[in-house]
Design a protein around this ligand. Structure first.
Ligand code: PEP
Length: 255
């Protein structure tokens, strides 16, 4: 049985006061739902420390939105794994589509980041997903397969046990367009099959695969009812504590 896992990606939103208010409101409203659902929030780097402190008494984990693969030194503007652990991060997002397609991160860079995070004892939410043109050209499986194979080069099963995969079709992120539950299920099943081939069926049965892309209270239950959808990575709706909590409740009911 895979415990559902919901992540809230705040992206480049909030300020210090609203980040603390959002984290505190969420901690108050989730209550014992975290017995059934793992929950993490991903604030901007500069608020990680404050948000970690605000969530110290809760079971909500904190994640960064990115990471750098070097441990220290002359890398202006970058943030290391030790710095993230120092401010209470348990998870890191790696390979989010906005970093792939807006910032220009490659599969090779993403692979170095995944390896560095695992080596440092951090858990990774590893994001993959196709562009609209790639879906229309029926290249979804091939694109996602390549992102996973290249992103996980050199990572053995012990390392990969620290990874959650987030399937996020790029055309659905922040657009209001959501993959249908059937579309999500189809890709999630393909990913699980791929992971079984790369590692083992037992391993693939354990790995959690989140869906991301305009997930909201109205579609959370149906997405979560799909057999290979083990959680959600949520952008916009995670900025509203009542919406995020309602989605966590839907995930709890799906168990
Ligand atoms: C995301 O940021 O990963 C995401 C899925 O955003 P949204 O829910 O706003 O589409």
């Amino acid at each position: 049985m895979r415990k559902p896992f919901l992540g809230g990606n705040w992206k480049m939103n909030t300020d210090k006061a609203s980040a603390v208010a959002l984290a505190s409101a969420l901690a108050d409203s989730v209550g014992s739902l975290t017995d059934k659902v793992d929950v993490a929030v991903c604030p901007p780097f500069v608020y990680l420390d404050t948000v970690s402190q605000a969530l110290a008494q809760s079971s909500i984990a904190v994640s960064s939105q990115d990471i750098y693969f070097e441990s220290n030194g002359a890398f202006t503007g970058e943030i290391s794994t030790d710095m993230l652990k120092d401010v209470g991060c348990e998870y890191v997002l790696v390979g989010h589509s906005e970093r792939r397609h807006v910032i220009g991160e490659t599969d090779e860079l993403i692979n170095r980041k995944v390896k560095a995070a695992i080596a440092a004892g951090l858990k990774v939410i590893f994001c993959v997903g196709e562009l609209l043109a790639q879906r229309e050209a029926e290249q979804t499986d091939e694109v996602v397969k390549q992102q996973i194979e290249k992103g996980l080069v050199g990572i053995d099963a012990a390392g990969a046990a620290n990874i959650t995969i987030a399937y996020e079709p790029v055309w659905a992120i922040g657009t209001g367009l959501t993959a249908t539950p059937a579309q999500a299920q189809e890709v999630h099943a393909m990913i699980r099959n791929l992971i079984a081939g790369m590692y083992s069926q037992d391993f693939a049965d354990q790995v959690r695969i989140q869906y991301g892309g305009s997930a909201k209270p109205a579609n959370a239950a149906e997405l979560m009812s799909q057999p290979d959808v083990d959680g959600l990575l949520i952008g916009g709706a995670s900025l509203k504590p009542e919406d995020f909590t309602s989605m966590i409740a839907s995930a709890a009911e799906s168990v």
